[in-house]
Design a protein around this ligand. Structure first.
Ligand SMILES: Cc1cc2nc3c(=O)[nH]c(=O)nc-3n(C[C@H](O)[C@H](O)[C@H](O)COP(=O)(O)O)c2cc1C
Ligand code: SF4
Length: 443
């Protein structure tokens, strides 16, 4: 009624401001919305739904300053000539040159090298600066085949065959023309400045039966020197894991629906795939069913923010965590500098998900020379290395608190679930009586 004061929000739960804005934007653009970073959903089960139950008297904790807690993990040990040795159970996830600037690639490579872990090319080929700055570099073999050469495969330290990723399982990718600079175009053999789509599946595979043949071809191409992994987005994860394991890989990589991206359809980010905690439990169980849990390493990503999330992944069955967005945030994503440029994009630090536009205010997801210069690769490398060190100490903190001298000895018995949903999804028991009837109940 006119003149009536509004008390509190009167928005509809169905026709919320976000829903209305999305319809109006689609009405103007005539296409679906695209954005970077990740889903904005707040109602997903998360790592916060699990807590550690550290040692008390029933088990003795380890002394942080005196007692060792090993973090090393080897991929392909006893299977290939040059296994991939990681000093910590963390890898920098595949993020393409094209999505990322060359300075971001340099910084991530230097940080990973300082910390004895690997980084990954992502789509679009191996940039020479990335190879130079990364002591351990994983090379992606994608449906797009952009920049793929057998020469670069032999320069890599592991091959990751990509069949999907958590932010967009079942669909291909998109790189808007603003990011297809002359150098990106040359590496991908594409016209400069033109929007570029990547396919959703490998052009020469008809189905899962072709995977073992492909893995064998790759092993021959790299002369059985380095490990081979397959990456999928977590959706039909239990079956996918079995099909990949049967193909004879050294590691399986997946990220849940919280996984990061440089550009994905918004609707896909919010409505496809399954959450990371649910996916880890299913994936680890599939490998156990096949008796392959020890042989094939599980590399898990999707919304991992710190050592607590990483330690929970390991306790659920992951061998290594795979971080994309957290590494970019350590590098300076969302930093409140050049704030006027965030505003020009219609956003602010902490909210920005404009990686797809190529106008990243902090020089990470851009190909414009003036923006790239804003990111100093040495300073960026130091920030990421500091973050990786802190994250490693946090993982060790939980392992020691649970009385374990190897972080990989953490398991589901070291945790409890705070919500019934998280408990059902992961098999981790609920806090409290876990459904048992207490003795004071007399009926
Ligand atoms: C900027 C950016 C670019 C990415 N590019 C690729 C890519 O080229 N290939 C790929 O398989 N995944 C790509 N990803 C997904 C990551 O490899 C990884 O699966 C994901 O970031 C993990 O989730 P997190 O960001 O929450 O850590 C990209 C992610 C980001 C944030
Ligand atoms: S600051 Fe850059 S990297 Fe971070 S979300 Fe915005 S555009 Fe993407």
């Amino acid at each position: 009624m006119e003149g009536r004061p509004l008390r509190g929000p009167t928005y509809s739960g169905v026709w919320s401001p976000d829903a209305i804005e999305a319809i109006q934007e689609k009405a103007e653009l005539g296409r679906y919305q695209i954005r970077g970073q990740a889903t904005k959903r707040r109602d997903l089960p998360s790592f916060d739904d699990l807590v550690f139950v550290p040692a008390g008297l029933s088990r003795m904790p380890l002394e942080g300053y005196r007692e060792r807690c090993d973090t090393r993990i080897v991929i392909g040990e006893g299977r290939v000539k040059r296994p991939l040795v990681l000093d910590r159970p963390i890898m920098i996830a595949g993020m393409s040159f094209g999505a990322l600037s060359v300075n971001a690639k340099r910084a991530l490579g230097r940080a990973a090298t300082k910390c004895g872990i690997s980084t990954c090319t992502g789509d679009g080929g191996m940039h020479p600066e990335e190879r130079k700055n990364s002591a351990k570099l994983v090379y992606q073999y994608l449906p797009s085949r952009y920049g793929l050469t057998p020469y670069d495969m032999r320069k890599a330290d592991m091959i990751e065959v990509v069949c999907g990723q958590g932010a967009k399982p079942g669909t291909g990718g998109v790189l808007l023309g603003t990011k297809v600079s002359a150098e990106v175009a040359r590496m991908r053999d594409l016209p400069e400045g033109v929007d570029q789509r990547t396919p959703s599946r490998h052009p020469d595979w008809m189905g899962a039966d072709d995977l073992p043949v492909k893995i064998q071809q790759i092993r021959e191409a790299v002369d059985y020197e380095i490990p081979v992994s397959v990456k999928v987005g977590a959706s039909r994860i239990a079956d996918d894991i079995k099909l990949i394991a049967r193909a004879g890989v050294d590691a399986i990589v997946f990220d849940g629906m919280e996984g990061g991206t440089a550009a994905s359809p918004t609707i896909q980010l919010d409505h496809a795939g399954i959450p990371t905690i649910a996916a880890i439990a299913e994936a680890a169980e599939s490998l156990r069913d096949m008796g392959l849990k020890e042989d094939i390493k599980l590399i898990v990503g999707g919304g991992i923010r710190d050592g607590a999330d990483a330690a929970k992944c390991i306790a659920l069955g992951a061998d290594v965590v795979y971080i994309g967005t957290a590494a970019l945030i350590a590098l300076g994503c969302h930093r409140p500098i050049h704030v006027e440029d965030y505003h020009r994009l219609g956003t602010t630090p902490y909210e920005c998900q404009h990686c797809h536009t190529g106008l990243c205010p902090v020089g990470i997801t851009t190909q414009y020379p003036k923006l790239i210069e804003r990111l100093d690769p040495d300073e960026g490398a130091e920030r990421v290395a500091n973050f990786l060190n802190a994250m490693t100490m946090e993982i060790q903190l939980f392992a020691r608190a649970c009385g374990k001298n190897r972080v990989h000895d953490l398991d589901g018995n070291d945790m409890k679930a705070l919500t019934i949903e998280a408990s059902m999804m992961t098999g981790v028991p609920m806090v409290g009586l876990n459904g048992r009837v207490p003795k004071w109940r007399t009926y």
